[in-house]
Write a protein that binds this ligand. Structure first.
Ligand code: ADP
Ligand code: MG
Length: 604
């Protein structure tokens, strides 16, 4: 027979500790938050073995007197919920759980002094057993020491990772808190080595925080980012988001805050993904630091024991505001190419070149350098039309470029095409710079924007194939996935039918892609579909699908272009939105300033 009994206080705290205190980093988080709530301007964290055997947090906040100290380590004791109103919380803490939880699984000691008293009190808790406070001498503020974390719960102890891993987590959480509280000085030491040191700076994010952003997010972040600053009703969003070309393979460099609290929020992450979806492959992630500040009653922070998740009262408003703010910023920044790219290129040029031997053996002979004779070749209309009809269908037919015209074009954003090298890159000249264009990346972007532009209520314009094409030898699940989506693919310009277990019959394709390799396209689409959640509509993943199509319909690297084709491509890039990066977040061109080139040659 089972008997129901009430748990004793220590056990209750240990159970709560299971949620609040997962690892040394969560202890650091709770204690640093307490120090911030206590008004500290300097917070120092010291660790041994990644915090596993020892960690201490010292702050210069308002401290606690004897009575508060005794109460603070009791469960559900807090000084932070004004008027007992859970929806009017302006502090980081409010659950009154951290200190008792930590005290139940470790050896905890708290030394604290308020400005009203000339001596401090020290209280210890070991495995949940509290001693009476004793007077000690200490400076104003609070020092909390935690030894032998999880000694009282050996199973938990086994889950801890190496000291190095725990240190990574601690550094991360401390950096996140430091980004949100720039006026506070933060120092972290591990085994007496200084791991990070953030001097205090002002509270104006755009004016004062750059040093801290450089230290935490990266030296090249701000110069490759766009500022965000929007306000709608009482909602306020600010921060920086990286240019799409400045991206990472994971989302760990996304720093999100709601009312000064670092959060992991699905709604915000999803909004970021949507805003970037036209610019980034789905496996690449932008770098962002975004601060959402909203009235406390608009957000429920009590949905997660570690307070790292939130729930918004009006989630669609938050989503809409975030997406449009980010999209606007990216739209405005779209002609900017990532500055580090040009810098990297310049740096590469600066590498000492191998001595050229007199026999000319070291002179690269493979690079075909095609120099267009004159721009107003009489036959280029033809060339453009005939060399690859597919290209002609969406590269605008250029008009004859004469001297005068050449002059004007010279000053257009991408300049005038002078040469194609490696059958892959277009070299264009502007009066004050040299532009190198990746022809495939650039064209892919154009086709993609064209396809997107054609999407209306009837879907993308289709072309009937005179002979339907059979794509066979497909994996069974690929045919299945494709046919399940046949109706949606029709809107995207593709009409397919089943043709046995492992074949698909293609009847119509997007008109823009009339010369595409249909087999390759179908195979790639099948791959895309595998990764797309089958409950979501294809239109939501339009980016991936259209990207696949655009990729197949674009001028390949390795295709020889006439000068007219090159110039036509440049002119069209200039009028196409977001043409400075391809749909995978790679740049489509880089620009080398004449001044930088002159520096390379010692002319400046
Ligand atoms: N570093 C500190 N300085 C001053 N007071 C503190 C400090 N840490 C904790 N306290 C006091 O102890 C109380 C309990 O802390 P905690 O268990 O973390 O719960 P919470 O932060 O949710 O209130 C706090 O409400 C606060 O009054
Ligand atoms: Mg707390």
């Amino acid at each position: 027979m089972t008997t129901v009994r009430l748990l004793d206080a220590t056990l209750i705290s240990q159970i709560a500790a299971g949620e609040v205190v997962e690892r040394p980093a969560s202890v650091v988080k709770e204690l640093v938050e307490n120090a911030i709530d206590a008004g500290a301007t300097r917070i120092e964290v010291a660790l041994r073995e990644g915090g596993k055997t020892f960690l201490s947090i010292t702050d210069n906040g308002h401290g606690m007197g004897r009575e508060d100290l005794t109460l603070a380590v009791e469960r559900h004791a807090t000084s932070k919920i004004p008027d007992s109103d859970l929806f009017n919380i302006r502090s980081l803490g409010f659950r009154g759980e951290a200190l008792p939880s930590i005290g139940s699984v470790s050896r905890l000691s708290i030394t604290s002094r308020t400005k009203e008293e000339d001596m401090a009190w020290c209280l210890t808790v070991e495995g949940g057993r509290k001693q009476d406070p004793v007077p000690v001498s200490s400076v104003l503020g609070t020092t909390i020491e935690v030894r032998d974390l999880f000694y009282a719960t050996p199973v938990r102890l086994k889950f801890l990772k190496t000291s190095a891993t725990e240190l990574v987590h601690i550094t991360d959480i401390l950096n996140r808190l430091a980004l949100a509280h720039t006026h506070i000085q933060f120092i972290l030491r591990d085994d007496d080595k200084v791991i990070l040191s953030h001097p205090s700076c002002g509270t104006d994010f755009f004016q004062d925080a750059s040093q801290r952003l450089n230290a935490i997010v990266g030296q090249d972040f701000i110069i490759n980012a766009c500022p965000i600053l929007v306000e709608r009703e009482n909602y306020h969003l600010h921060g920086y988001i990286s240019l799409p070309t400045h991206n990472r393979s994971n989302a760990t460099s996304q720093y999100l805050f709601v009312n000064g609290r670092p959060v992991k929020d699905k709604l915000l992450s999803a909004s970021i993904r949507v805003a970037y979806q036209d610019f980034l492959a789905s496996n690449r992630h932008p770098i962002v630091t975004l601060f959402l500040t909203i009235p406390p009653e608009e957000v429920d922070i009590n949905v997660h024991p570690a307070k790292s998740e939130v729930r918004f009262r009006d989630s669609s408003f938050v989503r809409g505001m975030t997406i449009s703010a980010l999209k606007n910023a990216l739209g405005q920044a779209s002609v900017r190419t990532s500055t580090t790219l040009a810098d990297t290129a310049i740096a590469a040029f600066k590498q000492p070149l191998p001595q050229l031997s007199l026999s000319g053996k070291n002179i690269p002979s493979s690079s075909k350098f095609q120099k267009p004779s004159r721009l107003n070749l009489p036959s280029f209309q033809n060339q453009l039309g005939l060399s690859e009809p597919m290209a002609a269908s969406y590269i605008p037919q250029p008009s004859v470029i004469d001297e005068e015209m050449e002059h004007a074009v010279h000053d257009s954003p991408l300049g005038i095409a002078r040469a194609q090298v490696h059958d892959t890159y277009i070299i264009a000249e502007k009066s004050d710079s040299l532009v190198i264009v990746d022809q495939h990346a650039a064209h892919e972007r154009l086709v993609y924007e064209r396809l997107k532009g054609e999407m209306d209520e009837h879907g993308i314009k289709r072309q009937v194939l005179l002979l339907p094409e059979v794509v066979d030898h497909l994996p069974k699940d690929a045919t299945h996935n494709l046919l399940k989506r046949a109706d949606e693919l029709k809107e995207l310009g593709l009409i397919i039918e089943g043709f046995g277990e492992s074949s698909i019959l293609v009847r119509e394709i997007p008109a823009l892609l009339s010369k595409t390799d249909i087999r390759q396209l179908i195979q790639d689409l099948a791959d895309d579909l595998k990764d797309i959640d089958h409950t979501s509509r294809l239109k939501e993943s339009l980016n991936e699908i259209l990207s696949s199509m655009a990729c197949h319909g674009s001028i390949r690297a390795g295709r020889h272009l006439s000068s007219a084709e090159m110039n036509a491509l440049l002119r069209q890039m200039e009028t196409t939105p977001h043409s400075s990066q391809c749909n995978h977040g790679r740049p489509t061109y880089i620009e080398l300033k004449r001044a930088d080139i002159e520096k390379l040659f010692g002319r400046r």
